[in-house]
Design a protein around this ligand. Structure first.
Ligand code: PLP
Length: 370
């Protein structure tokens, strides 16, 4: 069976380098917030093209830290999407703020800027002021940042890019994660840049904000044992940082391999089934997602041919039991998000897929969609 994602193959492909990095971290005698973490933060910031990056425990905490560093908490609302990893919405509630969910543009699966503008101009009754907007660059492709940032700015709301699925994607010539006050990345094993455990990082161009983020991730300390802010514990450990330094050096190559696999899938599919690419942006294919009214049949046929597939995600956040009936939404009531969740199907996508595996998947797609 060809799995849909394969973090073990990611380790095996870089085993010698990763094992060396792990041994170096273990032998250092320093396991939390040390030289590996500092080196990873500066290498990541240099790769992204931002001033600073602050590591933390996971992508959910990265959003919590970014929101808190921008002063968002109880008494604020935050606009994001329902078609995302539930973490985006969970993080907003972890700060004490209230989420308001905007529908997606169904061809790119990202925040609909016109509905965001409508909600900022006329927010749902009873909602506190919308202090921040979190567009999600879903599946490896940028949200339409220009109109999102323009409307947010016009209403005095901060913007945080959730880049957890789009490490290296670009929008109008710049990397995602460089356009807004702060940007967050999950480093979960299956992400385009993945640790072999949990990890996250927040990028910002503002050094004072980076210092605040670094304090907030460790009890609010700016010097040992003295909390100048009420912080949390969300640190990136040295083992994961050492592994991530190895992975980061391969990220651009891995993204190019994902794009080559996507081009192969494109060529095997009728034009109408190929995922839409946003003009002026580059897609790094965290997922290669088909939209199929008869998803169940296709998934079964792929399984029959030894090909795994995934559903990202089977339910939008507003329909999941923990959120149902209690989360504010824009006027579209997230109808396009709910519809997408019934039709999306993710094909196998990871850099270590072999050419013969890709050929087998393409041949199967050709028979399924002649
Ligand atoms: C993975 C992901 C997160 C959460 O990251 P964790 O590291 O699992 O906490 C947040 N947002 C999006 C869009 C994600 O894909």
């Amino acid at each position: 069976m060809i799995p849909q994602a394969n973090p073990g193959a990611g380790y095996r492909a870089l085993k010698a380098e990763i094992d060396d990095a792990v041994a170096r971290a273990l032998n250092s005698g320093w396991y939390i917030l040390g030289a590996e973490g500092r080196a990873f933060e500066s290498e990541f910031a240099a790769w992204l093209g931002t001033n600073r990056a602050v590591g933390c425990a996971n992508g959910t905490d990265a959003l919590v830290l970014a929101l808190r560093a921008l002063g968002v908490g109880p008494g604020s609302a935050v606009a994001t999407v329902s078609h995302t990893a539930v973490a985006t919405v969970a993080a907003i509630e972890m700060t004490g703020a209230i989420p308001v969910l905007i529908d997606i543009d169904p061809s790119h699966y990202t925040m609909d800027p016109s509905e965001l503008a409508a909600v900022l101009a006329d927010p749902p009754a009873g909602l506190p002021p919308i202090a921040a907007v979190i567009p999600v660059h879903l599946y490896g492709q940028a949200a339409d940042l220009a109109p999102i940032i323009a409307t947010a700015k016009a209403h005095g709301a901060a913007v945080i890019e959730d880049c957890s699925q789009a490490h290296g994607a670009t929008y109008r010539g710049g990397k995602v994660g460089t356009f807004t006050e702060a940007a967050t990345f999950s480093l979960y094993p299956t992400k385009n840049l993945g640790a072999l455990g949990d990890g996250g990082i927040v990028a910002t161009s503002d050094p004072a904000r980076a210092d605040l983020l670094a304090a907030l991730r460790q009890y609010g300390w700016r010097s040992h044992y003295i909390s100048t802010e009420a912080g949390i514990n969300s640190r990136l450990d040295e083992l994961q940082a050492a592994i991530l330094r190895v992975k980061l050096a391969h990220l651009d190559g891995h993204n190019a391999r994902r794009q080559a696999i996507a081009a192969g899938y494109d060529a095997a599919l009728p034009a109408a089934l190929r995922p839409a690419r946003r003009a002026g942006a580059s897609h790094v294919f965290h997922q290669y997602v088909l939209r199929l009214p008869d998803r169940t049949r296709v998934q079964a046929a792929l399984r029959e041919a030894g090909i795994g597939s995934g559903i990202h995600y089977p339910q939008p956040v507003h329909l999941q039991p923990a959120y149902l009936g209690r989360v504010a939404m824009g006027p579209a009531a997230c109808a396009a998000s709910a519809k997408a969740c019934t039709e999306v199907l993710s094909l196998p996508m990871y850099p270590e897929l072999t050419d013969s595996e890709v050929s087998h998947i393409c041949a199967t797609l050709r028979t399924l969609f002649p």
